[in-house]
Design a protein around this ligand. Structure first.
Ligand code: UDP
Length: 241
């Protein structure tokens, strides 16, 4: 291990579609690419876990009468499409990167191994992790927490469209309060819709800090990646100190 900061960034599929409901938004990819390259140049080791909601989420397909397990396979494949696109954007800017899926696809996507991902991080490549955990019935939030712990990340960053974690939905309740800090236990008890409960429990049990922040505000993504002491969004921790 080196002394450099290592972060696991979870980017939801929703974010890739920008203002559109589905698909790819070129501007979003371009601004993500720019922040990743700048952070990498500042010696930050970055592994990303990508969601797939801009293409398909399992639960949307279940409502079309596709069974849950098959729907989740389609959901996992959606995350792979996002990975191919992001890898391509980075490569087109001469930024070294490695794309790994939890399951190999033909001869063009390598299967993830902790050792290979770590080697890539240590050789200053951005690591893109797709395919979820490779198991149906899980989410990419759970994937992000597992990979963050496996890769001994200093923090997990969850890029979202909201400013952090609120006591209630800020779009529906004007009096909703934003938390600067919250413990995993509080978030679980209050059933706050920030991450699924499986990933909250996993992060708590493995003492992994999670910062939830709005990646749409100017400079926020870069700030979250490079600044250990940032006060962006909400920090979820085991204990409030
Ligand atoms: N998925 C899965 N197993 C995993 C991760 C994801 O089956 O380990 C499927 C699930 O159907 C999910 C979809 O992949 O809906 C896309 O992931 P997610 O909904 O977490 O993406 P996001 O909401 O972050 O865009």
């Amino acid at each position: 291990m080196t002394d450099s900061r290592r972060v696991l960034l979870k980017v939801s599929g929703e974010w890739f579609s920008g203002a559109k409901e589905k698909g790819f938004d070129e501007k979003t990819f371009a601004s993500l690419t720019e922040s990743l390259i700048e952070a990498k140049n500042q010696n930050i080791q970055i592994a990303l876990v990508l969601g797939g909601g801009n293409i398909y989420r399992g639960r949307e397909l279940v409502s079309l009468n596709i069974d849950q397990v098959s729907a989740d396979y389609i959901g996992m494949l959606s995350t792979i499409m996002n990975g191919i696109a992001l890898s391509n954007f980075l490569t087109s800017k001469n930024c070294d990167n490695s794309l790994f899926s939890s399951f190999a696809i033909g001869n063009f996507i390598k299967a993830y191994s902790k050792e290979d991902a770590e080697k890539s991080l240590l050789s200053n490549k951005i690591v893109i992790l797709v395919g979820g955990l490779g198991n149906p019935l899980f989410t990419t939030d759970s994937t992000a927490s597992v990979r963050a712990v496996e890769l001994k990340s200093d923090v997990m960053l969850k890029a979202t469209n909201v400013d952090g974690i609120y006591s209630d939905d800020p779009k529906k309740n004007k009096n909703a309060q934003k938390f600067d800090y919250i413990t995993f236990d509080e978030a679980i008890q209050k059933n706050l819709k920030v991450m699924d409960q499986t990933s909250l429990c996993f992060c708590r049990d493995n003492n992994l800090d999670v910062r939830v922040f709005n990646a749409n505000s100017n400079g926020a993504l870069l700030e979250a990646l490079i600044n250990k002491k940032t006060d962006l969004g909400t920090l979820v921790k085991v204990k409030n100190d």
